[in-house]
Design a protein around this ligand. Structure first.
Ligand code: UT7
Length: 338
């Protein structure tokens, strides 16, 4: 039997309506547009407000993204066999965000589950999804990545709150026997609790009044430490994947980096020798949407992609979790399913 490769055959995305700009951010914490632009590269971020979400969390963003994907590709919703949701901000620990999305869309033949790998979640989820496809178990699945990150953002901490925004993206994955799709990956996880964590969020630490008072239910980050690890680990991962696939900097059509800080993105590109105009960047208007950054990059740049383009995705997140994946893009323009 011919080898099956997992290819992306469609992209959907959604960002919520409310736009929080740096001037408004400056009324919330002691900061300025100049500082945020120079040190992070964010101008505006989309925020999911209560009046939009109607009681839902990340499932609202992902449902919108999947609806757009199905509308764009016109594939039969009954042909979707699995939905994987990479998120660190699920609506609930259970039921899963995937089960909520499946219910909202009315997918009759799909199973689904959530995956948590912080900001590297989508990179890992693509890998898991590709396994279902290349093993022949599923013919058509959806992989979502997204977060309602402002639900865990500490708006009293000026070192973190300007960084984050809300949004979700998703991709359709199918199989091909041609040489396209996910070709190689280098994924790693190690263990660093202190620099980046959400203490009150699981079974280890209960939400006592004291802990809530100390804002332990909100994201904590030591920015400088995380910055250094992010640059080194993402650059190393991209370099490893490029080298072992004999990709020179001229062979790489696009680097798709996690949107954590524009200085991290450009530092990774510099290390690899890829010019900045081959790096997908949308942090200026979407900020860091955690699991959403990679699919939202594809969503915005899809029209510029060409069949056969060599793409390298790279991400880094809490854990730490990180890696890079090499993909040969399978279609021109915005639609595989014409
Ligand atoms: O997505 C998961 C992975 N996350 C990341 O990759 C994030 C990595 N880290 C970063 O992106 C950066 O470290 C930050 C954006 C978080 C911070 O930037 P930085 O250049 O590392 O700033 P810093 O923490 O070293 O702070 C420099 C100065 C400090 O003042 P002093 O001590 O030098 O007087 C801060 O108090 O900037 C000050 N500062 C601010 N000033 C104005 C920190 N935040 C702000 C702010 N506005 N919002």
């Amino acid at each position: 039997m011919d080898k099956i490769n997992a290819v992306i055959t469609g992209v959907g995305g959604y960002v919520p309506n409310y736009i929080l700009d740096n001037d408004e951010m400056s009324t919330i914490v002691d900061t300025s547009d100049e500082w945020i632009m120079e040190r992070i590269g964010v101008k505006t971020r989309h925020v999911l407000k209560d009046d939009e979400r109607n009681g839902a969390g990340t499932s609202y963003l992902m449902t919108k993204a999947v609806q757009e994907l199905l509308q764009k590709t016109q594939v039969d919703p009954d042909s979707i066999e699995a939905v994987i949701c990479a998120t660190t901000t699920p609506d609930y620990l259970f039921p899963s965000t995937a089960s909520l999305v499946i219910g909202n869309i009315g997918l009759k033949n799909a199973f689904g589950f959530d995956m948590e790998a912080a900001c590297a979640g989508f990179l890992y989820a693509m890998e898991v999804g590709a396994g279902f496809i290349s093993s022949g178990r599923c013919k058509r699945i959806i992989v979502c990545g997204g977060d309602y990150l402002t639900s865990i953002t500490n708006y009293e901490d000026r070192t973190t709150c300007p960084i984050f925004g809300d949004g979700a993206g998703c991709v359709l994955m199918e199989g091909t026997t041609e040489e396209y799709g996910l070709i190689d990956r280098y994924l790693r996880t190690d263990s660093h609790y202190d620099p980046l964590h959400l203490e009150v969020s699981g079974s280890a630490s209960r939400p006592t009044p004291e802990k809530l008072e100390q804002r332990k239910h909100l994201l904590y980050q030591e920015g400088r430490t995380v910055f250094k690890y992010a640059v080194t680990n993402m650059s190393d991962a991209v370099e490893i994947v490029a080298k072992r696939n004999n990709l020179t900097k001229d062979d790489i059509a696009w680097i798709i980096p996690h949107q954590a800080n524009v200085r991290i993105e450009t530092a990774v590109a510099r290390r690899i020798g890829v010019p900045e105009d081959k790096v997908m960047i949308n942090i200026d208007h979407f900020a860091n949407t955690s699991g959403g950054t990679l699919p939202l990059c594809l969503w915005e740049y899809e029209k510029q992609l060409k069949k056969g383009d060599n793409l390298i995705f790279t991400a880094f997140g809490a854990g730490f979790t990180w890696g890079a994946s090499y993909m040969k893009w399978a279609y021109d323009g915005s639609k595989f399913h014409q």
